[in-house]
Each structure stands twice: as structure tokens, then as C-alpha cells.
Design a protein around this ligand. Sequence first.
Ligand SMILES: [Zn+2]
Length: 444
Amino acid sequence: MEYFNKEMDTIPLEDLKSLQNERLRNVVERCYQNIPYYRELFDRNGINPKHIRTTDDLVNIPFTEKKDLRDHYPYGLLGISTERIYRFAASSGTTGVPTLTGYTDKDWNETLLDQMGRIWKSFGIGDKDLVYQCYGYGLFLGGVCMEMAAKAVGATLFPAGPGRTMAAMQWLKDMKHTVICCTPTFLAYLTSEAGKNGIDPKKDWALRTGDFGGEVAAPSFRRKLEADLSPGFVYHETYGLSELGGACVAFSCPHSVKSNQLHVLADHYFVETINPETGERAEPGEKGELVFTTLTRESSPLIRWRTRDMSGFSSEPYGCPCGREAHPLINYVTGRTDDVLKVRGTLVFPSQIEEILTQVHGVGEGWQIVIDQSPDALDTLLIMVEASPDCWEKKEEKERIRAEISAHIQARLGIGALIEVKEPSSLPRFEGKAKRVLDRRKEE
Ligand SMILES: [Zn+2]
């Protein structure tokens, strides 16, 4: 096994814990001294920063959330003068004012480089690879994080950016890129469009792995993507958020990739999982919302940042055979707490529905969920799926697809749903993040 930073990647658990505690004390002190928001938070709750000695003591500190960042827009949580900022990044701000993340020269050129280098070494990407990079640039961090990763491991970058589907499928054939960076939805779209245009991704492309992230992807969807590409193609994943510094928080390794689990870079981030309703820490193996404390950021440090992403610790978080034994394994993100839909009193994650759909034979690429309110005021759950072209021709196949989905939804979620089987390519396509849910109840 090759490592980018062997000392930190293979650090023993006890050493890591003392390093985390030392770094935590430093972060808490800096936040208290330099960020009025944290000083008020600590004072209001009667917390003396000197009393936060270990990561166990963190439970005494209230969470920081998106609204806290918005309330202190733009520079309130920077923790450093703007002259010391090397560059900014910002979240899209589709649901309000953008949230800014600042980077000092060290945050960017040392910390992020270390993080991305360690992630791509884990994926087995190196100086022989040619990388097709489709994440966006600008204030969005996806593209630049991939640039940093390529620089760290010496890979050759082809910074195409998002979209350009027609060109992408041809370039992948002509230039034989070995690695692709994009959302899983985009890869699925690209692969299916290639097939329609006489390009066989298995034979004509040379892709062997990719850095996927940015959205929830069910395990069966990952396996389908792997099956659509050349034999041996591995779906690697990174997890991150702009507030935490980018796509640099957690990642798969050659072992965890099989169980869709991710290592957290635990010398940079301390991770907790909590029950989103009560805020109590969840047990290993239990589902919970991810909460992170940054341990190394000079600018924009965060203590107990609520991500709204649902995951959970692996039932065996430590001791992975890849050697990253102290960097805990978390399960893949199954949805956002904001995405969870309440349908007739039952909590439903769109990812659960996706997982079911990918297991039913004959379901095509497109699908959409519509939630509405019926005249008797009960919520209705409508799931529209495209049939694959061969199944669309046969009436009995369409009926089988409908009945299978309906039975799985009833069994797994405990609620009834209306299923409509649609013609291939009749539902809207999304090149970026999939917007699969239409909640008509909110439109009134
Ligand atoms: Zn591992």
C-alpha cells in the first residue's frame, strides 16, 4: 500500500487521539479569542474554553449550523483578518445568502494539498493517470479540489468542467483518460448517451476509476455504473462540504470501497454522529447525522458543525486492513435530513426509493417522485419510472415492473405508492445534482 503521508495515514489510534485532543484545545482557544460568535456561545452556556480538554468534552458545546453562518454573513466566522485570506470559496446560496469559507495560504497550499493527495493515493491514482475533470470551478470547490489532488499525486489533468456531454464521450474515446471526476448521475448520463451514439464505454473508453461525490448514490447504482464500464472499473468516493474546506473530509480505500464505507481524515476532522432529533451521540453501527469539528483550519474553523447528512459509524470503525487503522470508517451518506420526506407520517429518504428502483429489472435511467395531497387530504406518493427499451414493448413486463416496485415500497417503507411506468427517455434528465423529487404540497 502506498501512502501520500505515511506518518499520518498509518498513525496508531492512541497517538491520533492525543493529537486530536491537542489540536482541539488549540481550535477552541482560537475560536474563543477570535470569533465573537463562539465567545458568546461559550459565555451564554457557561463554558470555560479551558475545560474543553478532550474530544469527549465536546458534547457540552452546542452545535453550529448553517443559519449561524448566515446570521454572521459575510465575515463573522472567519476567525482571521481578511488580509490573511489567500482565497475564498462559497456555497451556492440557492436557499439564502451564500456562506463563505476562507483559506489562508497554509489552509490552501499545505492542508488541502495534504488532504487531496492522501485521498487520491488511496484511490490508487498516480503519475501515469490522465484525469477527465467535470466538476465545476469558480466559487465552487469541486473542480479546484480535484486540481489539487492531481497536483499532489502527479496525475495529468484535463480540466473540462461540467456539461459538454457530446464532446466528453468522444474525448474519452480519443484521448483514453483513465480517471473521471464527476457526480454519479453525470457518469450514468454520459454512459447512456454514449451507447446511443455508437460509443461502447466498455471498449472505447479506458476509464479505470473515478472520484465521485456531491450527491447520494445507492450501492446498487454504484455497482450498475461499474458494470457499464470496462471490467475492473472501481467506483471511489470522496465526501466533503464547502464549509469544511471542500471535497476533502472522507474517502474510500481499496477495502472500504466494497462496503461503500469512507475513512474520515481524522487528524484534520473530528467526527461525531448524532440523533438529529435529540442531538445525542449515536452508537457505532447506528444511523446518525454527521457532525464535524475542524482540527487544522486556520481560517473558518468550525466546532460541532451539523452537516444535515445522514450516515453513521461502521460497526467496526477502526483497524481497516489498508493501514489507515485510526481513521474511522463511516457508512455512505443515505440522504440529507432536509431531504427527508414525511409521507402520511412516515419518514422517507429519496435514496431509499432509488435503491429499490435500481434493484428491479427493466427499470430504465429516468425516475421521479411526486408527492401531492389528495382531495381527502391524505398525501399521495407517486413514483414515475422509465422502462428499459426492451421491457417497454411488452405489456406484461410493464405490469411486472409496476407490481415489483409497489411490493418493495410497501415492504421496505410500509406505505403504499402509485407507480407509473413511462416510455424510455420521457422523463427529464439532469446533468448535475438530480432533482428527483417534486413536492407539490409545498407549492400551495
Ligand atoms: Zn481502509
